[in-house]
Design a protein around this ligand. Structure first.
Ligand code: MCF
Ligand code: FE
Length: 407
C-alpha cells in the first residue's frame, strides 16, 4: 500500500469533485481518497509521498481510438479531402505499415505515456502492433479490425480476422483486452458484419466502428452517389451501397461497450439510435479537421457519452492526448472555455473508461490506480478554472502510476 499527496486532486468523478491538499491511498486499486489532513491522521505510521508545489493528481488519460500501425506517417498522406486521403492510404499503406516497426511503435507508446496516456483503444488492421502493446505498461483494448467487401474474399478475410483475434485472446491479461472493430458501414461485407458481431456478443467483447466520417460516405450510403461511387466502381465493381446507416446501427444491439468513431455526418435519427444503443462516440477533432474539415456537433450529444481519440498519425501530427485536448478546446469555440475544459477532461478519462468497459478513468475508491501527476507552472488563483490550465499548460507528466505501479 502507498500514499501520494498533491496540492490538487482532480477526480473526474460524477460530481467533478476537486480536493485541495489531497491524498490517495492505493495499491492496485484506490483504497481511499481524502484531504491530506484526514489521511495523515488515519495513517500516522505510513510514508506519504508529497508532490512538489502546484502539483495535480488526476486519472490517467484514455485515448479511445488510435491506429498505431500507421505510426510512420508524417508527410506521405494527402490531407484536406476524404477521398484523396483514402486513395493516398491505399497507395502508400504497405510502405507505411512496413516502416512502422515494433521499435517505432514502442517509441510512440513511450511518448504517449509521457504525455499522460495510461490506456488506449488500439484499432489493429493487421496485428502488427501487438508485440509493442504487450511490451508497454499502458493498458490496451486491442480492437481487431475486420475490413473488406469483396464477396469472393469473405472466407479469407474472416479466417484472417479469426486468427488475429485468437492471437490477441492468447495474450489476454489484466492490462490487455481483446476486442473487435468493424471498419465502417461502407467497407465491410454484411456477412462479416454479422459474424464478427455474433462473436462479440457471445464473448462480451468491446466493439468499435468508424461511422459517417465524411460527406462522401453520407452521399454514398444514403443516395448511392458522390465521391465514393467512382471509387467503388473502380475498385470493387459496385454501384450501390449494401448497408444503409440505420441498418448498420441496428445490428449493434445488446453490446455493453460499444463505440462509434467520428459520426460528424450522422443524422438526428442516427444519433437517437446511438443513444438508444447506449454507445459512446469517439471524438477525433484533429482527424476530422485534417481529413474533411468537419467537426462533430457536440451540442447534439447531450444524452450521448463521448470520449476523445487521437486517431492515428495517418490523420494527426501527434498521439499526445494533451495536444489533442488543446485542439478540442480550440476547435470548439462555441462553448464557454472553463466549463468545456472540465467537460473534455472528463471525456478523456471517465467517458473513455465507459467506452472501453474498464474500471478506470476516475479517482475514487475501488477504481484501478491509473494516476498521473502533473505540475502547473504556478499557483492557481482561480480554482474553478483548473481544468483549463491543466489542458493549456501540460505537455508531459511528472509521474505515471498504472495499476498501482510506477510506470
Ligand atoms: O479514422 C481514420 C479515418 N477513417 C478510417 N480509417 C482509418 C483512419 N485512420 C486509419 N484508418 C485505417 C483503417 O483502420 O485506414 C485503413 C483501415 O484499416 C484503410 S481504409 C480503406
Ligand atoms: Fe480511425
Amino acid at each position: 500500500m502507498k500514499i501520494i499527496a498533491a496540492k490538487w486532486i482532480v477526480t473526474c468523478d460524477e460530481n467533478d469533485s476537486i480536493i485541495e491538499d489531497g491524498a490517495i491511498v492505493y495499491d492496485k486499486t484506490i483504497k481511499e481518497i481524502d484531504t491530506f489532513e484526514n489521511i495523515s491522521k488515519k495513517y500516522p505510521n505510513e510514508i506519504i509521498e508529497e508532490l512538489e508545489d502546484n502539483s495535480v493528481l488526476m486519472p490517467g488519460l484514455i485515448n479511445t481510438h488510435v491506429h498505431l500501425e500507421f505510426s510512420s506517417n508524417t508527410t506521405t498522406l494527402k490531407y484536406g479531402n476524404f477521398m484523396l486521403w483514402l486513395n493516398s492510404v491505399i497507395a502508400s499503406r504497405d510502405e507505411l505499415v512496413q516502416k512502422a516497426t515494433t521499435k517505432l511503435i514502442s517509441k510512440k507508446l513511450e511518448m504517449m505515456k509521457k504525455s499522460g496516456t495510461t490506456t488506449i483503444g488500439a484499432i489493429s488492421s493487421y496485428g502488427f502492433e501487438l508485440e509493442a502493446c504487450l511490451n508497454s505498461p499502458l493498458n490496451t483494448v486491442f480492437f481487431n479490425e475486420v475490413i473488406g467487401s469483396k464477396a469472393d474474399m469473405i472466407d479469407t478475410l474472416f479466417n484472417d480476422f479469426k486468427a488475429r483475434l485468437q492471437k490477441s485472446e492468447d495474450k489476454k491479461s489484466e492490462k490487455f483486452f481483446p476486442a473487435i472493430a468493424i471498419h465502417s458501414p461502407y467497407s465491410v461485407h454484411p456477412f462479416l458484419i454479422r459474424e464478427t458481431l455474433n462473436i462479440a456478443k457471445q464473448k462480451d467483447y468491446p466493439v468499435s466502428a468508424h461511422f459517417l466520417e465524411s460527406i462522401e460516405e453520407y452521399d454514398w450510403l444514403h443516395k448511392d452517389e458522390g465521391g465514393f461511387l467512382e471509387f467503388f466502381k473502380n475498385f470493387l465493381g459496385e454501384e450501390k451501397a449494401v448497408t444503409k446507416p440505420m441498418r448498420f446501427l441496428e445490428q449493434f444491439q445488446n453490446l455493453k461497450n460499444l463505440s462509434f468513431t467520428h459520426c460528424v455526418e450522422a443524422s438526428n435519427d442516427d444519433l437517437n439510435k446511438i443513444e438508444e444503443l447506449n454507445a459512446t462516440i469517439n471524438h477525433c477533432v484533429t482527424s476530422n479537421r485534417v481529413l474533411n474539415n468537419t467537426k462533430l456537433d457536440l451540442r447534439k450529444l447531450d444524452n450521448i457519452n463521448f470520449s476523445i481519440g487521437t486517431d492515428g498519425l495517418s490523420s494527426n501530427n501527434s498521439l499526445s492526448m494533451f495536444d489533442e485536448l488543446r485542439n478540442v478546446l480550440m476547435m470548439h469555440s462555441e462553448f464557454e472555455i472553463n466549463s468545456f475544459a472540465k467537460k473534455i477532461l472528463k471525456a478523456a478519462t471517465f467517458n473513455g473508461a465507459k467506452a472501453l468497459g474498464l474500471n478506470k478513468g476516475t479517482l475514487a475508491k475501488n477504481k484501478d490506480s491509473d494516476i498521473i501527476a502533473i505540475k502547473l507552472p504556478d499557483a492557481i488563483k482561480h480554482k474553478e478554472d483548473i481544468s483549463t490550465h491543466i489542458i493549456l499548460h501540460t505537455k508531459y507528466v511528472k509521474k505515471t502510476i498504472i495499476r498501482g505501479i510506477d510506470a
